[in-house]
Ligand binder design. Structure first.
Ligand SMILES: [Zn+2]
Ligand SMILES: [Zn+2]
Length: 360
């Protein structure tokens, strides 16, 4: 029996309760979690913006230690430090055949399974986004389990599983920021902070952080921001002012709201690139007129999980960590327990802080 945070239904408060996990079957791994980050996507599952079968144990940004493995699992053994990849690729679908594993059609195929039971009444529980990391222990498919590279502390490694792959990938895979380019990052949460660090690593000449709160300036500057703009209706104009009236080469939107996406796009130069990382709802309509699309010659792209291939990107990220270029602990503004996740959601909605990290 282990403690877990369960989303019982859309709009209901999280239930912190005991669950019973099975021993790992063939192709499965049981993991004792060390840490799990609270990501905006967890909140999106509780409010219905994103949907998975419920009731489900949430949490998808986790790292821990292998407890036991089922038949056929050979790439990890008990005692190994591992990070969870919530979107494993199948290798068979059209996207996978093109090497676009972040778009795998079967990435969430495991979310419908019954993987555990509520201890109180034996009722079925689903594994949220595959890995159910808001629990002291979890049982997952082996293809979600990646070994933590040497030199990365286990609790920090949790962040690699979502926020850092996403922010780093937005800069390096989606926007492909080149040395000397100027970058604006909208939204200074966990992903935004990872994006700022990635822009610094890419050698951006100017990194402008934009947030609705004036209180995140120091956090943003520590992550590599050279300039800080408090969001207003003048944001795009302010950014043009900071870039010789041109606009930035690249904007990364980490919020998922129509007004922010539109502002990000407007803040780029003619021919600039905007990458949208934030996950918004269907009610967020972004409008463009035909003439401006032609005139500005800009690119607007969506970005899923940083367009990353976790097994290829983790070793690169670990190199940056070991060299001191990537500071994972700088993303974390709060260490919490499972019981504190609802208040971490409240902080997220209020736009406060960076990543909250659950420690087990
Ligand atoms: Zn996430
Ligand atoms: Zn696939």
């Amino acid at each position: 029996m282990v403690r877990a945070a369960v989303c019982t239904a859309v709009g209901s408060p999280l239930e912190i309760t005991d669950i019973d996990l099975p021993e790992p079957g063939p192709g499965q791994v049981r993991i004792k979690l060390a840490a799990a980050g609270v990501c905006h996507s967890d909140l999106s599952l509780t409010n219905g913006t994103m949907r998975v079968p419920l009731p489900a144990v949430l949490g998808h940004e986790g790292a821990g230690t292998v407890v036991s493995v089922g038949d056929g699992v050979t790439h990890v053994v008990p005692g190994d430090a591992v990070v969870l990849n919530w979107a494993p690729s199948c290798g068979d679908c059209h996207a996978c055949s093109l090497g676009e594993v972040w778009l795998c059609a079967n990435a969430l195929a495991g979310a419908g399974a019954v993987y555990a039971r509520r201890a109180s009444d034996g009722s079925d529980l689903h594994p949220g986004l595959n890995v159910a990391a808001f629990a002291e222990e979890t049982v997952v498919a082996a293809n979600t389990v990646l070994r933590v590279p040497d030199g990365v502390p286990l609790t920090d490694a949790a962040l690699l599983g979502c926020a850092v792959l996403t922010g780093y990938g937005a800069v390096h895979h989606s926007a492909r920021v080149q040395e000397g380019e100027t970058v604006a990052v909208y939204g200074v949460g966990g992903v935004g902070l990872a994006t700022l660090q990635a822009a610094r690593i890419a050698g951006a000449s100017k990194v402008i952080a934009v947030d609705v709160s004036s209180e995140k300036e120091e956090l943003a500057r520590r992550a590599g921001a050279t300039d800080y703009v408090v969001a207003s209706e003048n944001t795009a104009r302010e950014i043009r002012g900071l870039t010789g009236k041109q606009g930035v080469d690249v904007a990364v939107e980490c919020v998922g709201r129509a007004v922010t996406i539109r502002t990000a796009w407007e803040s780029t130069r003619r021919g600039g690139r905007t990458t949208v990382v934030g996950i918004g709802g269907k009610d967020q309509q972004v409008t463009f007129n035909a003439l401006e699309l032609f005139h500005w010659g800009r690119t607007l792209s969506g970005c899923v999980y940083g367009n990353s291939n976790p097994s290829e990107d983790l070793p690169v990220l670990a190199d940056h960590v070991r060299a001191g270029r990537l500071d994972l602990s700088a993303l974390v503004t709060e260490h919490i327990t499972l019981n504190d996740i609802p208040s971490a959601f409240d902080n997220m909605l209020a736009g406060k802080g960076g990543r909250a990290l659950v420690l087990f």
